[in-house]
Design a protein around this ligand. Structure first.
Ligand SMILES: Cc1cc2nc3c(=O)[nH]c(=O)nc-3n(C[C@H](O)[C@H](O)[C@H](O)COP(=O)(O)OP(=O)(O)OC[C@H]3O[C@@H](n4cnc5c(N)ncnc54)[C@H](O)[C@@H]3O)c2cc1C
Length: 346
């Protein structure tokens, strides 16, 4: 079996993986980026909302102005609704973009600095005693191994690396989304009526304009593990589309959002970033900024710290506590829900 060698093996060429590859490679390290799908054609399901901290991190990491190099779309307004009624309007400046443009940018930068990309490869097993990861090449069905010094899980909400190293699958919730021509320039969050019948504990539909196109989606979560959660979301998505006058015969895609506890490292040689670490806002589902923050902070720990694990974990928890904008949004979201539950409106 062919065996490749590298200092850093990053599993998942999504946003977090591509950012970390770029940072490590630029600092002179050997990096292999292993991706399950076709790296150029894969298209992550996402609302494409980029909050301030993500834009700032982008600027810091790439030294480029996101407004100049990304197809950012400034929204006219942002509103939250219940049953068609507006409950809270928000004047914050919000930018969106088609997610593929951001992922393409990050991957291109990683490749430009010399990251070795192995795409369409499936991770089969990991031997942490001998620092070997075994893969199946999905193109020619051959098997190969990569010897590493450090392995990093950036393989998203359903992280295979996490399952292999921890022995159990991460906890995720399903989301549904469609793409449609833009019908309005206003971002809308519409809470699920099922919150009141306790069929879901939280959940909402979204309409997010990204320029010429918009995405419409739905997410719902239930602590009692409702079996019909996906069906509830599907129905709500359809109702929301008809409320907005959007064609409904568009194919619906599904994706996962992580909701379990944060896991940042398994041992001194295995770390997790982005969704694979469970780093996603449990209220809003936003995770782009976490992908930036975690990739950057792990990079800083990997190249500079004596105790990488402790440093990385400390840095992340400090960063999360300092995220005031994020916390302000969260409390606004929860206030809206509380208002809804009382049955009143602003
Ligand atoms: C429907 C939806 C809408 C969202 N909207 C927003 C939003 O508007 N704003 C926001 O901030 N966040 C949003 N998020 C969350 C955000 O998309 C994620 O938090 C973010 O993509 C996390 O980046 P990541 O690099 O960790 O994971 P990902 O972007 O998921 O990348 C993981 C990569 O790993 C690859 N992979 C998976 N399994 C394997 C494997 N076994 N081996 C190798 N590679 C593998 C995948 O193909 C992918 O390329 C949304 C999420 C969903 C599902």
């Amino acid at each position: 079996m062919k065996v490749f060698d590298t200092q850093y093996l990053i599993i998942g060429a999504g946003l977090a993986g591509s950012i970390l590859s770029f940072l490590l490679r630029r600092s002179g390290s050997e990096v292999i980026l292993a991706e399950l799908l076709d790296a150029k054609t894969k298209d992550k399901l996402c609302g494409g909302v980029m909050i301030d901290s993500a834009l700032q991190s982008f600027k810091k990491i790439y030294g480029e102005n996101p407004q100049q190099v990304l197809p950012l779309h400034k929204l006219k307004s942002f509103c939250q609704r219940f049953a068609g009624k507006e409950i809270l309007a928000n004047n914050t400046e919000i930018f969106t973009l088609p997610r593929k443009s951001l992922d393409n940018f990050a991957l291109e930068r990683a490749l430009e600095v010399g990251t070795r990309l192995f795409d369409r490869v499936a991770l089969k097993s990991v031997d942490m005693n001998n620092f070997l990861a075994y893969f199946l090449d999905l193109r020619d069905k051959t098997q190969f191994a990569i010897r590493f010094q450090f392995i990093i899980g950036a393989d998203g909400a359903s992280s295979k690396l996490r399952t292999l190293l921890m022995g159990k699958r991460p906890i995720i919730i399903p989301t549904l989304q469609i793409q449609t021509p833009c019908v309005s320039d206003e971002l809308i969050f519409a809470y699920l009526p099922e919150i009141f019948s306790s069929q879901v504990d939280w959940g909402y539909c979204w309409y997010i304009p990204q320029g010429k196109i918009a995405v419409v989606g739905c997410v719902g979560s239930s602590f009692s593990k409702q079996k019909n959660l996906v069906q509830i979301c599907r129905n709500n998505l359809k109702n929301f589309c008809s409320e907005l006058g959007i064609e409904q015969n568009i194919s619906i895609r599904g994706a996962a959002i992580p909701i379990d506890k944060i896991l940042l490292s398994c041992n001194e040689n295995a770390f997790f970033i982005g969704d694979a670490a469970g780093l996603n806002d449990t209220v809003t589902g936003g995770g782009i900024h976490y992908a930036f923050i975690s990739a950057n902070l792990l990079f800083e720990a990997l190249i500079g710290a004596e105790n990488i694990r402790l440093t990385y974990e400390k840095k992340i928890f400090n960063a999360i506590q300092l995220k005031t904008t994020q916390q302000a949004r969260k409390s606004q979201f929860l206030t809206s829900l509380a208002i809804l539950k009382k049955g009143s409106e602003i």
